[in-house]
Design a protein around this ligand. Sequence first.
Ligand code: MV4
Length: 505
Amino acid sequence: MAYFDKVLIANRGEIAVRVARGLRELGISPVAVYSDADREALHVRVCDEAYHIGPAPSAESYLVMDRILEVAHRAGAQAIHPGFGFLSENAVFARAVTAAGLTWIGPPPGAIEAMGSKVLARETMIAAGVPVVPGTDALSDAAAALRAAREIGFPVLVKASAGGGGKGMRRVDDAESFVAAFDGARREAANAFGDDSVFLEKFVVKPKHVEIQLLSDTHGNHLHLLERDCSVQRRHQKVVEEAPCPVLRADVRARMGEVATRAAAAVDYVGAGTVEFLLDIDQNFYFLEMNTRLQVEHPVTEMITGVDLVEWQVRIAAGERISFAQGDISPNGCSIQCRIYAEDPAMNFMPSPGHIQYLATPSGPWVRDDSGVYSGATVPVHYDPMVSKLVVWGKDRATALRRMKRALGEYVVRGIHTNIAYHHAILDHPTFVAGTHDTQFLTRTHDELVAACEVQDAEVDDIALAVAAIASMQRDQDAAGSHAAPAGAMGNPWKLQGRFRRLAR
Ligand code: MV4
């Protein structure tokens, strides 16, 4: 591919590394940017060039548009890939990139804006024949809103138009508590987003979060790449994702995909995007929002479709036509992703940044670790605590589950806390194993999951002590001239994990 020689990645961490890999496979030289906190970061090391853009706080580095554009010019990059988060869904930045004579590897700014307002997005979707949850337009009068709520029927949700990802949402169960909740939601939205528009939706009970991956080119082709089930979430942070959705009926899958491509066409979408749906117990589905970016969980889609989403983002930005048809896409096996966070489940999931003293990452058949760190790296306090995504593929879901357990068992991280034990607990839970879990799964099972990982951590601490003791004895023996093999300060982490797995069952 000869469209770009150099592309600047306006991001950090594992996604910057993922994008750099994709660019390099296309023969494009990746250019990194970094803050003070990221001088030694992996994304800097894997790129051909790296440019310092400011102090650690992202408001003074990864979010400073002018500095990033200036670096792109200095480096001679022809395009910018924004990754996710930071500036990826910023229409102002998308326009500035184009105005600077560079190619924006992302959707048109108009599509970003159309989906940025939830009220506008709902209207657009209704006009396009996409099912939405029964609800209203923006409302400002509490009395009128209460009448609308009675008509919809309780429970209802008050949602902020500028919200998303669960911010500015309130559930109201009865008329008595409605007005206070409505006014509270408006104040909250005004404070959080500088926009107090709110609207109502019927509250969908026990939904799954199922989303459709989309790919659209500049020639008017809109394809979908099947669905992901992202119902395992904690405080609106996804923890485990999988493709396909284990309970979705084939006819519902086909309709959901078709509806999602209609949503993309309605906003003249270009590039990779995702339409989120709520799936209720009867497999009715409703549009929630559209994410106008590559998503954290994109690898599970890549694994079951064989389509490299970063490659296609670049090809589409260069004006290429999508070379495959909808009929070419069908789900092959099952893929699961566990997000590895630097956090401590035993301390209410408090972030656990710091120096990674030792790291052994899983590999082997059908295992992919999209990581942003390395042994000896430091996880800064300033950014999202996600350090890697462990992804597996299996010919069916049972195989993928066993493979993920095996891969998690190979993961060794010393120096910081991680949620690896928590993942073991999730993967062992009968509701998750059955695939029937909904968006409240982690809330309902909180106590048992945290208890399960505390047991595992206690075992690991015991084993770590034993390993340290053996290592110390070994050093004494070595000093005395014994020819026994040195154990090393870390002991044998593989063996340790083997015991860990047996105990965790
Ligand atoms: C809902 C809902 C139930 N009914 N809307 C949360 C994030 C935002 N994208 C929308 N969200 C929800 N909207 C109606 N009408 C439940 C949620 C919800 C949720 C959705 C997806 C994934 C996890 C969730 C956790 C709690 C609530």
